[in-house]
Design a protein. Structure first.
Length: 283
């Protein structure tokens, strides 16, 4: 039994760090290259992989195809500001609206709905900066506090750390307590697993809210691509966490089935976190 436990534990220890290493470089490079407006349309699409994709990876929209072509032309594997700016003068419609115009006016370049090109791009940028400064002054401290407490991500990236940490720590305490016959470790492990199950529920709910707010409150947009995979894995992981906590509450014997289910949940948790890191673009 102990050999089975350690054989199953080894791949989990190898895969768990993956969720912490999800650091996509594309969103911050775009923000740096174009000074993307915070909480604007392009910013929202960057957060959800929609600037270059139709509904999420892997299907590319017209702008995504332009970026892929620019990478191939440059013979590069990673995007840079210079590669992005090589697309600035490409016209997106018959009226002459360019990629540079799209970023200047906070219009997603891959959506296909563009206003007439600005007559004076420099003046437009100046007016946008002045308007942003005025809005900041008018909002004051109260607006800043509300934005901090109720962000568009609905605190989901904050809350998800609790079930992740509690479950992993609780699982180790529980299993090592059982094999070492330490009742205190078993009890501590149970309360950590219970805490993971409890905090998984608000984490799950805020994840749905974050998806809702990312599209301006439009709930009719169907899940697809990476967002769909993240939703499915998060749902399965939450159910498994709750089931395992209930199972241990009965103080049942630790069987090979329980160990397999617990380690499977840890694997699902790692995949869910990895997908969430890619989806959110948070470094």
């Amino acid at each position: 039994m102990k050999k089975l436990f350690y054989l199953l534990l080894l791949p989990i220890l190898t895969l768990l760090p993956l969720q912490a290493m999800a650091k996509p470089s594309f969103p911050p490079i775009v923000r740096m290259a174009y000074q993307v407006k915070s909480n604007g349309k392009i910013d929202a699409e960057l957060n959800n992989c929609l600037l270059c994709h139709l509904g999420g990876p892997p299907t590319l929209n017209p702008y995504g195809k332009l970026v892929r072509g620019a990478l191939q032309t440059a013979g590069a594997s990673k995007i840079t500001p210079a590669i992005l700016h090589s697309l600035d003068n490409i016209k997106l419609d018959s009226a002459g609206f360019t990629v540079a115009d799209a970023f200047a006016e906070d219009v997603p370049p891959g959506d296909g709905h563009f206003p007439p090109p600005p007559a004076h791009p420099a003046q437009t940028a100046s007016n946008a900066s002045a308007g942003a400064a005025a809005a900041t002054q008018n909002g004051g401290i109260a607006a800043a506090i509300l934005k901090l407490l109720f962000p568009k991500h609905a605190q989901h990236p904050v809350l998800v750390h609790f079930p992740i940490a509690l479950f992993i720590f609780g699982l180790f305490l529980d299993l090592f307590g059982v094999y070492g016959k330490h009742d205190n470790l078993i009890q501590a492990g149970y309360y950590c697993l219970l805490g993971a199950a409890v905090t998984a529920v608000p984490s799950y709910i805020t994840g749905l809210l974050a998806y809702h707010y990312a599209f301006g409150g439009k709930t009719i947009i169907p899940l697809s691509g990476m967002a769909l995979y993240h939703f499915l894995f998060a749902t399965t992981t939450t159910i498994f966490m709750i089931a395992l906590a209930v199972r241990r509450r009965k103080n049942a014997d630790v069987t090979s089935g329980y160990i397999a289910a617990a380690l499977l949940t840890a694997l699902l948790l790692a995949v869910t976190g990895h997908l969430g890191g890619n989806l959110s673009g948070v470094n």
